[in-house]
Ligand binder design. Sequence first.
Ligand code: HEC
Length: 144
Amino acid sequence: MRRFLLSLSTLAIIAGVAHAGPVEDREALMKERGRLMGELGKMAKGEVAFDAAATLAALQTLQANAEKGLDVDGLWPAGSQGDTEASPKIWEDNAGFKAESEKYKSVVDAAVASAPADVAGLQAAMGSMGQECAACHQTYRVKK
Ligand code: HEC
């Protein structure tokens, strides 16, 4: 009986971890990046008419998102790799990962500062931001 109760509480702890915490927060953060880049991509590809105000709004949301991503210690605390796509390199080279987050943020800042006025500008901004997504993923994300 004691063992049974013990395993029940262990299950409760595991369930708790699975439903709240840094893993969910960082996955939500990344999904928002994907969603916003997808929205911008439709305009960049001409599937949707270019809209400067909508572009700026999406870039500003990406900027706030990138700001949150600077909280590496909070979002990727040691021991939180679990069964996620986070690579062990995040913790092996934590300084490098933080530098990558900073670099990405600075590229998003630059895109907001010189907000695209046309499709060509949007394509250029997406190119430079996308390069940082890819650079970080290549080193710090493992595809599952
Ligand atoms: C500083 C590093 C870094 C940058 C920059 C970055 N990512 Fe990620 N991304 C990660 C890591 C690490 C993961 C693996 C998930 C985890 O950490 O648990 C990930 C996962 C993802 C996922 C999968 C989320 C899920 O679990 O469903 C998406 C989508 C994604 N990133 C989109 C983007 C896009 C789009 C950009 C650029 C606009 C971007 N990321 C920039 C590090 C980064």
